[in-house]
Ligand binder design. Structure first.
Ligand SMILES: Cc1ncc(COP(=O)(O)O)c(C=O)c1O
Length: 395
């Protein structure tokens, strides 16, 4: 029977690559998974007090539907967190979602009509393009400069009468790039001037290594800024599915979003209540695990980047946040493209990464993404295998 074209066309490279992995595993061989950004699958554990809050909520029979916009107590805690980062926000500007993924779906559903163009710097996190396409729009990639800031000339040249939004992620997936204050200011100015929504995903805001992180709220003034954030990464709650949307309370241009997006929240009833109770505890309780996590990740990042850059034919910029490295490969004549490189690497060594073109062909091609969440021992073995593979794959 017929399945809609838009559903058949959905792509998600990070998980789609798993079909190659299944075929490999079916031969009885073991895989080193460096493809999915889930810290809880490695040696990062959800803090005890957050787990306890979830258990207590369930045991106290807080197992019912809650407000569609989200539990008020959680929205209060979110307002506290995001205000500290510089955003103008009240509880009325917050909508709690089942993960940032659901928030992204709701926002794209609300800003994309057929043929709407949504600008995003390449390489991008695949669901941004997938949801734009799903709702009939067109993702348009723009360039970043070598210093990580937006190439304003390229960005401006791509704005048309069909453009409706700019999406950014800071720290970024897949590059780990963090936008500095000046870059954020420039993006806000472009969005304001051209009446574009600016959608900013700060899910990795707690995982920043070298520089001070600047929240986009600090420079937003009255721009139509929609912020997405969640608990998966910084609070190690990936499997629990909790995130949120915040709208800049200074922007009257967002009144339509504030009025209509909650309708999408109502049709799906509510986000998971016990998890929302635990999420409020995550924000209000001890934050010690964050420092430990960042320190551990910094060591792993430094190790992986050093090993990658020591391999002839591979070069990797230093990621400033999140837990991904996005090295460039000199494909020469051995591999047709980055997908063939990644599949060949998997089939010869069992190391599973993601092909860069899955993050957008314009700027992702010729790269691959590595997740550096595993222990140093696992990373060392994976880097040894990668190095051997690059030096011993026949020309
Ligand atoms: C930039 C970005 N946004 C959103 C998500 C998904 O977040 P959630 O687990 O809250 O749906 C991810 C997951 O990898 C991500 O990298």
């Amino acid at each position: 029977m017929k399945v809609s074209e838009r559903t058949c066309g959905v792509e998600y490279a990070i998980r789609d690559i798993i079909s190659y992995a299944r075929a490999y595993e079916s031969t009885g061989k073991q895989i080193t998974y460096l493809n999915i950004g889930d810290p809880v699958k490695y040696d990062f554990v959800t803090p005890k007090h957050i787990k306890q809050a979830l258990i207590d909520a369930v045991n106290n029979n807080q197992n019912y539907y809650t407000e569609s916009e989200g539990l008020f107590e959680l929205r209060e805690a979110i307002v506290e967190k995001e205000s500290q980062k510089g955003l103008s926000v009240t509880e009325e500007d917050v909508l709690v979602t089942n993960g940032v993924s659901e928030g992204l779906d709701m926002i794209m559903a609300s800003v994309v009509d057929p043929n709407t163009e949504v600008l995003m710097p390449g390489p991008y996190y695949p669901p941004y393009a997938s949801y734009v396409k799903f709702y009939g729009g067109k993702p348009i990639e723009f360039k970043l400069n070598d210093d990580g800031g937006p190439d304003l000339e390229d960005l401006e040249s791509k704005i048309t009468s069909r453009s409706n939004a700019i999406c950014i992620i800071s720290p970024n997936n897949p590059t780990g790039e963090v936008f500095d204050r000046r870059s954020l200011q420039q993006l806000i100015e472009v969005a304001t001037e051209h009446e574009l929504y600016i959608i900013c995903d700060e899910i990795y805001d707690k995982i920043v290594f070298d520089d001070q992180f600047t929240g986009i709220g600090k420079v937003a003034k009255d721009a139509p800024l929609i912020l997405l954030n969640g608990f998966s990464k910084g609070y190690l709650m990936t499997g629990w599915r909790c995130g949120y949307i915040c709208t800049n309370s200074n922007s009257r241009k967002l009144d339509g979003i504030r009025k209509n997006v909650p309708k999408l929240a109502r049709v799906r009833i509510s986000a998971n209540l016990p998890v929302q109770i635990a999420a409020a505890q995550a924000l209000r309780g001890p934050q010690d695990h964050i420092k430990e996590m960042v320190e551990k990740l910094r060591r792993r990042r430094d190790y992986v980047v050093k090993r990658l850059n020591a391999i002839e034919g591979i070069s990797c910029k230093i990621p400033r946040g999140a837990f991904y490295a996005f090295p460039e490969i000199d494909l020469d004549s051995r591999w047709k493209d980055d997908l063939q490189f990644v599949v060949d690497l998997l089939q010869k060594t069992g190391v599973l990464t993601v092909h860069g073109s899955g993050f957008g062909t314009a700027f992702g091609a010729g790269h691959f993404r590595i997740v550096y969440l595993p222990s140093e021992k696992v990373l060392e073995q994976a880097m040894d295998k990668l190095e051997y593979f690059v030096y011993n794959s026949g020309k």
